[in-house]
Write a protein that binds this ligand. Sequence first.
Ligand code: PLP
Length: 384
Amino acid sequence: MIANKISEPIYITRPLLPDLGVISNSLHEIWESKRVTNNGAKERLLEQELKDYLGVEHLSLFNNGTLALLLGFRALGLKGEVITTPFTFPATVQALDWNGLTPVFCDVEPETMTIDATKIERLITEKTSAILGVHVFGNPCNVNKIQEIADKYQLKVIYDGAHAFGMKLDDKPISDYGDMTMFSFHATKLFNTIEGGALIFKDHRVASKLAMLKNFGLDGPENVILSGLNAKMNEVQAAIGLEVLKLVKEERGKRHAIKESYEQYLASIAGIRILTSSEKDNSSYQYFVIEINEEKYGRSRDWLHDELKRNNIFARKYFYPLCSGFSWYKGLESVNPDNLLQANAAVQRTLALPYYGDLGLELVQSICEIIKKGYKKTKQTSDM
Ligand SMILES: *Cc1c(COP(=O)(O)O)cnc(C)c1O
């Protein structure tokens, strides 16, 4: 019994876009100024507004999150090996690759699916220069334990915070933990500039380095002192960001209602666990992700993914596949699945469901009914 037949394809997210008329006004200003990129007025304003919004001191904008991360590693002078998680989006580890850094894969915690801090220490060698954690689905890493290890071995700590924009942990901005945090402003992210990203960092000396690295290593018009890249945010991106930022609060409220509705419907289904942090003000409102326990639910994640698809719901296996399985890492000792048991389980069990403000509660109900209908009593469950 599906409440509403779903006629249009439903995807896991939809970009939060400002009114076109408002953007047209901003474009007008940019055209008038004739300054369309390279540290323009909109970029500087967005930088300031984001600092205020996030409550942080040092922030630098980029044309996407991947290049932000890539140049962040460079600015911190990372070398050799970086201990990280295989359960992430490819960008996290590809930013290491492009710096000639070797990822050392550490297993994840089954509860939060973030890097398992208790397994980091045994992976440290003399080549280790940093720990790179990911706040998966807005679940914060075990930041205190990670910092403790980093302090003991003098390692840098960097977080991929692509899912953690605006989050707080113990009343502090999440980016207060570690040396550096990256936020992605891709169209799929709650706060977006269509493509874009930012780094937040502790050491103020990193600011001038990043400014050069994202602009061809230029120090003034005639002085090239670093091997840089082009990773600047342009004025159109910044203008969109300034308008999207005004919509974030309302969007978070709408997503909160959707999240509550999902939580209510899914609570009674055996074998379905909600992975997105549930405390009210502490949610990132980025994704709504469930874990399917095949033994209890009676069906696999892949079955549910395909069943939803048959109903026009395009849920996503996220993250999938596991980064440690990439062909170019073959031969690395740390990709051995025996040491990545939880990560290998996670990648088979997680599914991101549609989640955006305008999804509507009726659709949430329909999606949950499909999930509920899929439940199949198994020997184990009926015996209990
Ligand atoms: C979105 C995302 C990125 C990539 O950011 P871009 O801005 O698209 O380059 C990196 N890591 C994670 C975990 C992400 O979700």
